[in-house]
Design a protein around this ligand. Structure first.
Ligand SMILES: Nc1nc2c(ncn2[C@@H]2O[C@H](COP(=O)(O)OP(=O)(O)OP(=O)(O)O)[C@@H](O)[C@H]2O)c(=O)[nH]1
Ligand SMILES: [Mg+2]
Length: 261
């Protein structure tokens, strides 16, 4: 039985920032964790980020694109070739250790079927990251990702979430066909300011890399938010931690973006 106090599995320990999948659509291009985050972890100044805080990740997208299989491949290392629709929502807990700090993710697997959508959407609130999944063999599912994002953002503060656009079932896509589709997917990802990944839950390709990246970037942005909060407390005003061009393309920018508003 998993307990909050049991040691973290050895294959869930993250000591270095995992790299992005595609440089054109990445949340940032730094090769290591933000120096302020590394420093805070060394000095154990991560505030509420640690053993008791759980970060919520929601996974949305059309029916049958493979959301449940993606989560099951990572959390249970299983794959089911039979489709069983998710009814409402399910969730899995995953515990990591990032830069020596315990970090837990709650992965919310939501229903893509229209008739279950209104139940599922009541669980969208309070997400730290939104994962929007489409099937790389189905252009309509890519087109629908904008609507999924808009719905998820209605329940969340757009300046406080990080976004991932994930193409699934890569194993079914011949390379030439895949690269055509990838061009469009990258366009959509950039528009959303999401980080793009392509995975296969059948073969496992990129699945672990993807979730490690999600855990790492969610951790990084949570610690940065904590640091920002404590700086603001100290000097009685809100001071933003300076971002450079290579920083998370989050925060204020998204308020101005044209998509999903
Ligand atoms: N070949 C292949 N098939 C996949 C992959 N991922 C999922 N599938 C298949 O696609 C179907 C749907 O997968 P699910 O994970 O249940 O889809 P879902 O997005 O959770 O669907 P809803 O719960 O209805 O929203 C199943 O038959 C899976 O076996 C993959 O990476 N490769
Ligand atoms: Mg499902």
């Amino acid at each position: 039985m998993m307990s909050v106090l049991a040691p973290v599995r050895r294959d869930r320990i993250i000591a270095e920032l995992p790299q992005c999948f595609h440089k054109e659509a990445a949340l940032h291009l730094r090769s290591s964790f933000h120096p302020q985050v590394t420093g805070a972890c060394q000095e154990q100044r991560t505030g509420t980020v640690g053993r008791f805080k759980i970060s919520k990740i929601i996974v949305v997208g059309d029916l049958s694109v493979g959301k449940t299989c993606l989560i099951n491949r990572f959390c249970k290392d299983t794959f089911d070739k039979n489709y069983k629709a998710t009814i409402g929502v399910d969730f899995e807990m995953e515990r990591f250790e990032v830069l020596g700090v315990p970090f837990s993710l709650q992965l919310w697997d939501t229903a893509g079927q229209e008739r279950f959508k209104c139940i599922a959407s009541t669980y969208y609130r309070g997400a730290q990251a939104i994962v929007i999944v489409f099937d790389v063999n189905d252009v309509a599912s890519l087109a629908h990702t904008r609507q999924w994002l808009a719905d998820a953002l209605k329940e969340n503060d757009p300046s406080n979430v990080i976004l991932f656009l994930v193409g699934s079932k890569k194993d079914l896509s011949p390379p030439a066909q895949y690269s055509l589709m990838e061009r469009d997917a990258i366009k959509v990802a950039k528009e959303m300011q999401a980080e793009y990944w392509a995975v296969s839950s059948l073969t496992g390709e990129n699945v672990r890399e993807f979730f490690f990246r999600v855990a790492s970037l969610t951790f990084e942005s949570s610690v940065l938010a904590e640091l920002e909060k404590s700086t603001a407390r100290k000097i009685g005003d809100v001071v933003r931690i300076h971002s450079t061009d290579s920083d998370l393309y989050l925060t204020a920018q998204r308020r101005k973006s044209k998509c999903c508003r």
